[in-house]
Design a protein around this ligand. Structure first.
Ligand code: NCD
Length: 322
């Protein structure tokens, strides 16, 4: 089974993935691969096909696969036969014919992972498709928030408010994360300047749009997920750049004046310091940014095992854990 998006994912699969990922984190939230898991993918080959820039997502998929014992092949899209005009589907079919078992795909065009999923037998993992979805990012954000905000340490985020702030309209991070957070019962709000908000939130998993300014956006939030302005996805001039900085940048002063004192601050990266967020907030004691990055490795381990149907009884595994 592939992982193309979180929209429509059953609660059972979602919680199963989060619980599995949790078993790849230590008590402080750092990645760790227990001895029982180190060879689970020893006979599998994982293909990483990244047609867009990536640091965290690509490296953490590679690390996740290698820590489970897999062979990893990085296809440099810019040096392959794709440059000669071969389609992505043909490329993947050829790699599959060599015996590769799973493909992790990032592409600037929405829908490519779903197309590949329809055309090849191997599972496809969407690592971000244009303004479509970014399911592993949505999972890792949900994992971190569940760890920090769930009173029971269990699955529930009911009664919690998570607010995404910034470039909502072009964000695949929101489209995935909002669905997962809503499934766990959280209230999800979307805020940003009008030019960067969608007309309606129907594609955003039951999230609510908060109109108004930064103060309204921050009010009452248990966590805010700040997003980069994705200029590569919209024409220049669509945004009043000066206005963004004045009105929306997340600063220490704004958090102190407008947010709950115990608000958590997240960002999927890359953080453009001084633009959507001040560096001192990114580095501050309410920031979970590096904890997100750590969780990313664990989530990608859980996802690779899930799509490759490597059955592990997590409870059992944890009980014989070293
Ligand atoms: C995001 C992406 O590529 O969608 N980054 C990431 O995967 N960590 C967000 C972004 O580019 O702003």
């Amino acid at each position: 089974m592939s992982l193309v998006g979180l929209k429509g994912m059953s609660r059972e699969r979602l919680v199963g993935l989060l619980d599995a990922a949790q078993s790849f984190l230590d008590a402080s939230g750092k990645p760790r691969t227990p001895a029982w898991a180190q060879n689970l993918l020893a006979d599998r080959a994982v293909g990483l096909l990244f047609f867009e820039p990536s640091t965290r997502t690509r490296v953490s998929f590679e690390l996740a696969a290698k820590r489970l014992g897999a062979t990893v092949i990085n296809l440099n899209a810019y040096e392959s036969s794709l440059k000669k005009g071969e389609t992505v589907l043909d490329t993947v079919l050829n790699l599959e014919a060599m015996g590769m078992d799973v493909f992790v795909v990032r592409h600037g065009q929405r829908g490519i992972p779903a197309e590949l999923d329809a055309g090849v037998r191997a599972p496809i993992v969407n690592a971000g498709d244009g303004t479509g979805e970014h399911p592993t990012q949505g999972l890792l954000d949900t994992l971190v928030l569940r760890r920090r905000l769930s009173d029971l340490g269990g699955a529930e985020l009911a009664g919690r408010t998570i607010t995404y702030i910034g470039d909502i309209k072009h964000s695949r991070v929101v489209r995935s994360g909002a669905n997962a957070l809503r499934t766990l019962g959280a209230t999800v709000r979307l805020a940003g300047p009008d030019a960067l908000l969608p007309e309606d939130a129907s594609g955003w998993g039951g999230a609510e749009i908060v109109r108004g300014g930064r103060a309204e956006a921050l009010r009452g939030a248990d966590a805010v997920i700040v997003l980069r302005i994705q200029r590569e996805r919209f024409p220049a001039g669509q945004l009043d750049e000066g206005g963004y900085g004045q009105g929306w940048r997340i600063t220490r002063e704004a958090l102190e004046a407008e947010a709950k004192p115990d608000v958590w601050v997240l960002h999927p990266g890359p953080v453009i310091r001084g633009e959507e967020m001040e560096g001192e907030v990114a580095d501050g004691d309410r920031s979970l940014i590096l904890e997100q990055v750590s969780a990313g490795v664990a989530v990608r381990q859980a996802v690779l095992l899930d799509v490759l149907k490597v059955g592990v009884s997590w409870r059992q595994a944890m009980s014989r854990d070293a």
